[in-house]
Design a protein around this ligand. Structure first.
Ligand code: C2E
Ligand code: CA
Ligand code: CA
Ligand code: CA
Length: 282
């Protein structure tokens, strides 16, 4: 916190000062990370449970912090990036990078149903007025195949302003960009609104997936979400699949897709290529 100094913090006690200073330092560091190209993406496979086939990936951001090249995970910086607004330029970088990498993967690994890529969108990004335009531009400026980009938003984002959400999701859908609800079941979304949005996918939060083997309530929740999605014509992805037993249980509930360490952790681009070449899944 050498750059702080001065008398601005005298009203804080020592621990608050430390907290405020490290936040501010983190903001400064994030800003220079953006300028110096220190963010990297890892990609976690999304798998069709019945066949274990990789259908696409979720892009997850990491920060390769200089000078020691330590890899910092999003839980350590996304909150501060959101609060400071830096998530907007960081998110824009993530979107462009994910689309351009996916484009090359689609060319190297052509499929009847092309590989898809999901990008996380924070509420700050979602409330950008020119969001649809921005996304359209990235899609047209990279060579990503039409219909293969997905955005993941959380329930709180959808419930913020339901009229606008419905309009934005519809615009995205007509531009061929599908929308997933992330961490589904943990937020406050009202089921009565869900059908108003042309949502493509519900992603079941890993807190439920992790308990389906021994907790009747979690099992009931997962079953209910899977049924709901089917009735509303949506796909379901179970997050956080860690064991064979969970994968089997999910299949028996007619949950179509899964994602988690049982199949693969998030991988760097080189490892993604290696995996797609071998196509060895449990
Ligand atoms: P998320 O969107 O729910 O992403 C899934 C997280 O679960 C990832 O953590 C992933 O590594 C982890 N995960 C995957 N499979 C398993 C599993 O089997 N078991 C367990 N215990 N964990 C698993 P990660 O990469 O640390 O990301 C954390 C969160 O940070 C993400 O949660 C997402 O909310 C946020 N995030 C990541 N990348 C971005 C981004 O580019 N933009 C925004 N706005 N948020 C991001
Ligand atoms: Ca996500
Ligand atoms: Ca999630
Ligand atoms: Ca999460």
């Amino acid at each position: 916190a050498k750059s702080l100094g001065g008398s601005r913090y005298v009203i804080y006690d020592e621990s608050m000062q430390a907290l405020g200073a490290s936040r501010l330092q983190m903001e400064t560091d994030l800003r220079s990370a953006l300028k110096n190209d220190e963010f990297v993406l890892h990609y976690q496979p999304i798998v069709e449970l019945k066949t274990s086939e990789i259908v696409g990936f979720e892009a997850l951001v990491r920060w390769r912090s200089r000078p020691d090249s330590e890899l910092i995970y999003p839980d350590q910086f996304i909150k501060i990036a959101e609060d400071s607004g830096l998530i907007v330029p960081i998110g824009a970088w993530v979107l462009r990078q994910a689309c351009s990498v996916m484009c090359t993967l689609q060319q190297e690994f052509p499929r009847e149903r092309p590989l898809t890529i999901n990008v996380n969108l924070s509420s700050r990004q979602f409330s950008q007025l020119d969001l649809v335009h921005q996304i359209g531009r990235v899609v047209s400026e990279t060579c990503i195949l039409p219909g293969t980009l997905g955005l993941e938003i959380t329930e709180s984002v959808t419930m913020d302003d339901t009229d606008r959400t419905a309009a934005v999701v519809a615009e995205l859908a007509s531009a061929g960009v599908h929308v997933s609800i992330d961490d589904f079941g943990t937020g406050f979304s009202s089921l009565s609104y869900l059908h108003r949005f042309p949502i493509h996918v519900l992603k079941i939060d890993r807190s439920f997936t992790g308990r389906i083997d021994f907790d009747a309530e979690s099992l009931a929740i997962v079953r209910t979400i899977a049924n709901l999605a089917r009735d509303l014509g949506m796909d379901v992805v179970a997050e956080g699949v860690e064991t064979k037993a969970q994968a089997a249980r999910l299949k028996s509930l007619d949950c179509k897709f899964g994602q988690g360490y049982f199949y693969s952790p998030p991988l760097d681009e080189t490892s993604v290529r290696r995996l797609l070449h071998s196509q060895e899944m449990p």
